[in-house]
Design a protein around this ligand. Structure first.
Ligand code: PLP
Length: 359
């Protein structure tokens, strides 16, 4: 039997998708080859790739004036690729600091120009997201970058910033596809695949067409969004297996009823875990209620001396990967799309039992 996997990433994938991939592994739809063994330029793979793109467009209702790119290098490479494409030499970009991932994006962008940290959650120990009234945006920013969901800290915006004509750039790695999204509010969205999209090794970029063709001359060809867009993300050999698996996930999401339906399930999943944590005297989560992540729920035990026993008991019950990120400790339950409501119920039942015995 498969365990319940609360890993922050690479994360749980839907069992139905894995079974389908397994069934197609040796012989993809009767052609006698696996997807990994076919040319990326073959009719078969081009069909797989364009269906995946279309399904993602359908799920997110992506407007026609946006390109969808399937790239490599993970979300971390985007930390450099964004300024190389969107920040002119000598230009300024605004960044919002809400935790470890936004800080990584800030540090990398500083290599390419002036970064104005327009707001930071540092003053409140990263327990609360600064409201837009508290931001100091620069008048001449090339773009505004933010991290809608901080995977490690467990903070998530329940609102989309309004940056007027200045393009809004979002690292959606750990929240994309968790619920419906108004893509038209963004200049560029990027997401590492290994949470709600598929296996690692793939990053999806959704970019408004007017932002293409702005790369600085020193930008490597491979990192120029326009080159990727003009070549259908096949300027070089793309990560074909990851692209195919992402396509299976998009089909699965459609079968579940799309993002409205996923959003309802995800709302319930996080609500019940936070409610349980808030009512308990053993577990706690420090994040301001309005800024709590739906996907990544960190919590600590009142006595850290119990951590080891908690994790051992969880593993014995097939509740895996609950330890917090190595930089913060404690616990973290990631509740991505492939983590079922039954998994959350099993986790809560175990937490209650552990509290009864140790609280
Ligand atoms: N941004 C966020 C919000 C993340 O959660 C992660 C990874 O977990 C990254 C960026 C880095 O992604 P990658 O490992 O694909 O570079």
């Amino acid at each position: 039997t498969r365990a319940y996997n609360f890993c922050a990433g690479p994360a749980a994938l839907p069992e139905a998708v894995l079974r389908r991939a397994q069934a197609e592994l040796l012989d993809w739809r009767g052609i006698g080859l696996s997807v990994m063994e076919m040319s990326h330029r073959s009719d078969e793979f081009v069909g797989v790739a364009s269906k995946a793109e279309q399904d993602l467009r359908d799920l997110l209702a992506i407007p026609a004036n946006y390109k969808v790119l399937f790239l490599q290098g993970g979300a971390s490479q985007q930390f450099a690729q964004i300024p190389l494409n969107l920040l002119p030499e000598g230009g300024t970009a605004d960044y919002i600091d809400t935790g470890i991932w936004s800080k990584k994006a800030i540090e990398e962008a500083r290599r390419y120009g002036t970064v104005n940290v327009a707001a930071s959650a540092k003053s409140c120990d990263y327990f609360r997201i600064p409201r837009q009234e508290e931001w100091t945006l620069s008048p001449d920013a090339a773009y505004v970058h933010y991290t809608p969901n901080e995977t490690i800290g467990g903070l998530e915006y329940d609102w989309i910033p309004d940056t007027g004509d200045v393009p809004l750039v979002a690292d959606m790695s750990s929240t994309i596809l968790s619920r419906p999204l108004d893509v038209s509010r963004f200049g560029l969205i990027y997401a590492g695949a290994q949470k709600n999209i598929g296996p690692s090794g793939l990053v999806v970029v959704i970019v408004r067409e007017d932002l293409l063709g702005r790369a600085r001359s020193s930008c490597p060809t491979m990192l120029d969004y326009k080159v990727a867009a003009d070549n259908g993300s096949m300027y070089n050999t793309p990560p074909t297996l990851g692209w195919y698996l992402a396509g299976l996930i998009f089909e699965w999401l459609k079968e579940q009823g799309g993002l409205e339906a996923m959003g309802q399930v995800n709302r319930r999943k996080q609500q019940k875990l936070y409610e349980f944590i808030d009512a308990s005297s053993l577990y706690s989560n420090p994040i301001a209620t309005a800024d709590r992540s739906w996907m990544n729920i960190p919590f600590v035990l009142a006595d850290a001396g119990l951590d080891k026993a908690f994790l051992a008991g969880a593993s014995a019950r097939q509740l895996l990967n609950l330890q917090g990120h190595r930089s913060v400790g404690g616990m973290r339950a990631s509740l991505y799309n492939a983590v079922s409501e039954a998994a959350v119920d099993a986790l809560i039942a175990y937490m209650a039992e552990f509290e009864k015995e140790n609280g």
